[in-house]
Design a binder for this molecule. Structure first.
Ligand code: GUN
Length: 283
């Protein structure tokens, strides 16, 4: 078997075309979707992600700004700025880029964001709504993964989905979204014993480990769907996923590449959430 590639880049271009039209309709009603991205400090990877978010916003006509704040900002100063954004009716979406400097408690910051502007879907209110299967902002990477599965009409109901990774941003919520669509979900992580035995049972395998090329065909059942969330930069500068693509492609029926896989979909779902916020999310 040689796997069919699920190209996130192509899918995101298609979705963005529709979003552009939706934004034009909103503008006719004098609503200009606006996203404020808050960047604290000088992390080069964060800066690059934030620039990507601004560029993608502009592509679909969403107005966006990057609020660049000093590494030395205190937690209470940052909360004050978030409160100003909460109260600004021209700001529809607020995203605080993570990670934050260690003197700032991330959870305090996430909880300061108005849940109706929480386009990351990280606020506990929105996490709870997602968990109980209600309409809300879904976190962008998990939402992008689900959209990729839907785009290929991959059956989720009744299937065994295995998620490697249990972060609040990717692992936990993607497992929840798969469960919401009636998959049987197993979470694996750094303390999991017999990882290979479990992943070989997966019909859908989501890999969010954060280490390059750790999952090869030996971990994959013939005919499985493999979603690679990893973005690892090797010493030679190339980007690679957590999955050894060439090897895994021999067993998988579908696979996502890196780059041009989950990454572009994450940004695209952020745009989707910003448009949803502009249309008005009820609390
Ligand atoms: N850092 C890495 N991924 C994310 C994300 O999805 N949202 C935010 N705010 N920060 C991140």
């Amino acid at each position: 078997m040689v796997a069919e590639v699920i190209n996130g880049k192509e899918l995101s271009i298609k979705l963005k075309l529709n979003m552009k039209k939706e934004v034009e309709h909103l503008k006719e009603k004098n609503i200009v979707p606006h996203l404020t991205v808050v960047l604290v400090g000088n992390n080069p990877a964060s800066r690059s992600y934030v620039n990507g978010k601004k560029k993608a916003s502009e592509e679909v006509g969403i107005s966006s700004e990057i609020l660049e704040l000093s590494e030395a900002i205190t937690e209470s100063e940052l909360i004050q700025i978030i409160e100003q954004l909460n109260n600004d009716e021209n700001v529809h979406g607020i995203l605080v880029q993570l990670p934050l400097p260690i003197h700032i408690n991330v959870q305090h910051i996430i909880e300061a964001i108005d849940p109706t502007k929480d386009v990351d879907g990280f606020h506990p209110y929105n996490v709870g709504k997602m968990m109980t299967g209600q309409d809300t902002f879904l976190p962008c990477t998990p939402y992008g993964i689900m959209t990729m599965l839907h785009s290929k009409k991959i059956t989720i109901e009744g299937k065994h989905a295995v998620v490697i990774g249990r972060s609040n941003i990717v692992g936990k919520p993607v497992g929840q979204l798969l469960l919401n669509e009636n998959a049987t979900v197993t979470y694996c992580h750094s303390r999991t014993e017999n990882l290979k035995e479990i992943t070989k049972q997966a019909d859908i395998l989501v890999v969010a480990v954060g280490r390059p090329n750790v999952i090869d065909k030996e971990y994959i059942k013939e005919g499985a769907v493999v979603i690679d969330v990893g973005i690892n930069r090797l010493e030679n500068g190339t980007l690679t996923g957590d999955v050894d693509f060439d090897s895994a492609s021999l067993h998988a029926a579908y696979i996502t590449p890196v780059p041009r896989g989950v990454g572009p979909m994450t940004i695209t779902m952020l745009l989707h959430n910003t448009i949803k916020a502009a249309k008005g999310m009820k609390k």
